[in-house]
Design a protein around this ligand. Structure first.
Ligand SMILES: Nc1ncnc2c1ncn2[C@@H]1O[C@H](COP(=O)(O)OP(=O)(O)OP(=O)(O)O)[C@@H](O)[C@H]1O
Ligand SMILES: [Mg+2]
Length: 401
């Protein structure tokens, strides 16, 4: 019976040419409208090829969400690795996502394990790890380009490691420089929390990525559609329709997801091409990828607090709810799940963090009583979908709602 089901599916002709190229982590070998940034990076890092280990570069990349910071740097890393290989220069590129590796220890372990597979995970201090990285690089005569993506997560918790990494060879005169760094943040203001010397190091070279224009979004989505979909499955008019939707937030990830979902919907209706109705249905059904990413890595208590906001907004059918109302909804949820509620001030912090992560918006009606007059709203995501996703994530973490 089950084999028959697969048989059926396999027989259906697909509208996709290569579905995997719509994956948000896929790195295409060309990036329309990021040529300037790629060539700027090449100019800055040329010295790693012409004078290996003489200079170390520290660069900071800034720009809004979903506008190609990560993918541009990843493509650059691949180009640089290939160029160095061709010239017999020992250079390694490592991409670390600081949202996933939340502590300096995890970041350092990730770095050291990518240069030495067998390095044990536990039993070292951060200082030990830094020394091991340095020793290893000296023995191998290697240069490392470390990308610290979503660096703001590390700045918030564990900024010492950034200081140590940016200073690795700086104390000693005339010794080989083994480590270059590219930091990526959305908002430049977060680096103000760093110590003065790290700040000045990073501020020397900042590359700001501009948001894409509507036309640029169209070009990018057309290119990605050509990679992933069969010919004539989507028309330029519909790519334009998707670009217009994406342009509001500017996050290309959402466009890729819309393309994918619209194509899946077309297939489920046995259509040979995507129609405007497929795009509309897909748009109705989607939660931005950036949001999903944040939710998946969110600590359980914070997620439960967010869920209580979503549930209440859904129930009340009013666009805004107050912090005090949310507290009540949260306490009920805690009781149902057998969780110990967090303190008022912790919850107030969660609320501020949710706001910073663009999950909610807050309107303060008065500044006098802290928190009491805050009105909370969720704008972009359909609430039933939001609720379903959060519950799924909680379930996957062993919490049953
Ligand atoms: N110029 C481009 N050409 C092709 N694809 C692109 C381009 N710019 C972005 N993308 C695609 O859009 C998606 C989002 O890009 P990316 O992950 O680099 O965003 P980001 O700026 O790092 O966002 P965030 O700050 O949320 O991490 C990726 O899947 C990427 O492949
Ligand atoms: Mg990114």
């Amino acid at each position: 019976m089950n084999t028959d089901l697969f048989e059926e599916l396999l027989k259906q002709p697909s509208n996709f040419k290569d579905e995997s190229t719509l994956d948000i982590n896929f790195v295409p070998d060309r990036l329309p409208h990021r040529r300037k940034e790629l060539s700027l990076l090449s100019q800055l890092f040329l010295t790693l090829l012409t004078n290996p280990n003489v200079i170390s570069r520290k660069i900071l990349i800034t720009g809004k969400t979903g506008i190609g910071k990560t993918v541009t740097v990843k493509l650059f890393g691949m180009i640089l690795s290939e160029a160095s290989k061709k010239r017999n220069i020992s250079l390694k590129y490592i991409h670390v996502n600081c949202r996933k590796e939340r502590t300096s220890y995890k970041v350092l372990i990730k770095i050291i394990q990518s240069i030495n597979n067998n390095f044990p995970k536990r039993g070292f201090s951060s200082q030990d790890l830094l020394e091991s990285i340095n020793n290893y690089l000296n023995i191998q005569n290697q240069h490392l380009l470390i990308v610290l993506d979503e660096l703001n997560y590390l700045i918030k918790k564990d900024k010492d490691v950034i200081y140590s990494l940016t200073r690795l060879n700086d104390d000693s005169f005339n010794v080989p420089q083994r480590l270059s760094i590219i930091g990526i943040v959305r908002d430049i203001s977060c680096i103000n929390n760093l110590d003065a010397s790290t700040l000045s190091t990073l501020q020397r070279n900042i590359i700001n990525f501009d948001v894409y224009t509507n036309q640029q979004i169209f070009d990018i989505l057309k290119f990605r559609a050509e990679l992933s979909l069969k010919k004539n499955v989507i028309s330029d008019e519909l790519i334009k329709m998707i670009s217009n939707i994406v342009f509001v937030e500017g996050d290309i990830r959402y466009g890729l997801n819309l393309l994918w979902k619209a194509c899946k919907i077309a297939e489920s209706k046995d259509l040979k091409l995507i129609t405007s109705e497929c795009v509309r249905l897909a748009n109705h059904d989607l939660v931005p990828f950036s949001t999903l990413d944040v939710l998946k890595d969110m600590p359980v208590q914070k997620l439960i607090f967010l869920l209580s906001i979503v549930i209440l907004l859904k129930k009340k059918k009013e666009p805004q709810i107050s912090f005090m109302e949310i507290l009540k909804s949260y306490l009920v949820l805690c009781e149902n799940t057998g969780m110990n509620p967090r303190s008022y001030s912790q919850l107030w912090n969660y609320l501020q963090e949710h706001k910073r992560e663009n999950l909610i918006t807050i309107n303060l009606k008065s500044k006098e009583i802290r928190g009491r007059r805050a009105l909370v709203e969720i704008q972009d995501i359909p609430l039933p979908k939001y609720e379903e996703i959060i519950i799924d994530i909680l379930n996957s973490k062993g919490i049953n709602i």
